[in-house]
Design a binder for this molecule. Sequence first.
Ligand code: C5P
Length: 221
Amino acid sequence: MTVDVDVIAIDGPTASGKGTVASLLAQQLGFHYLDSGALYRLCAYACLKHGVDLADEKDCGATASSLAPVFKEGRIFLEGEDVTEAIRQEAVGIAASKVAMLPAVRAALLGVQRAARKAPGLVADGRDMASVVFPDAKLKVFLTASASSRAQRRYKQLIDKGISANLRDLTRDLAQRDERDRKRAEAPCIPAPDAHMLDSSGLTVDETVATVLAWWKRLGA
Ligand code: C5P
């Protein structure tokens, strides 16, 4: 692991705004950006495509180990197929939270995530960035937002992407996904003891980014 490269870990529940905030921070700091959720989504997508039972740890782990996604010009390809939009579907998110419960899947994806730690720095977004993947991250943020504002945001994101959605179903699915992510035995989505807590319910994206940047500057970084 390239431990001398700074990492900012942004963890938090589904649709808390982590992705948007983390990628803007990376842009502003000129850092690399790791969307770790995309890896779990890619694994789930491959399992669904090949009819792998999402509860079968051995087969899901083997699928995770053999994943060879290609990230090119903002698009994601898997087995030659452009899956950029497909992996954002709610059904894939739900399947991702199922395979993410399996220790063999988490172990298989650990190396890929750590390999993203490259100079001049990395902003990593996920559930266990601060607790498991980069426990020595220089700044750890746990981003939350109320359940209703998260459901509204996810609804808007999906509609904006032309993906059909229903707010009531989304609210229920988010709650189930949160519960699975929070209660799983391996790498549960809970704040690291040394994480800064940030509730973005009443904040704009710019205000949220500015808060994290101020914490980062305070560290003398
Ligand atoms: O962040 P995103 O919604 O894309 O993640 C999809 C799912 O992948 C999450 O619900 C979670 O179960 C899993 N995940 C995880 N650990 C991460 C990132 C995502 O378990 N670091």
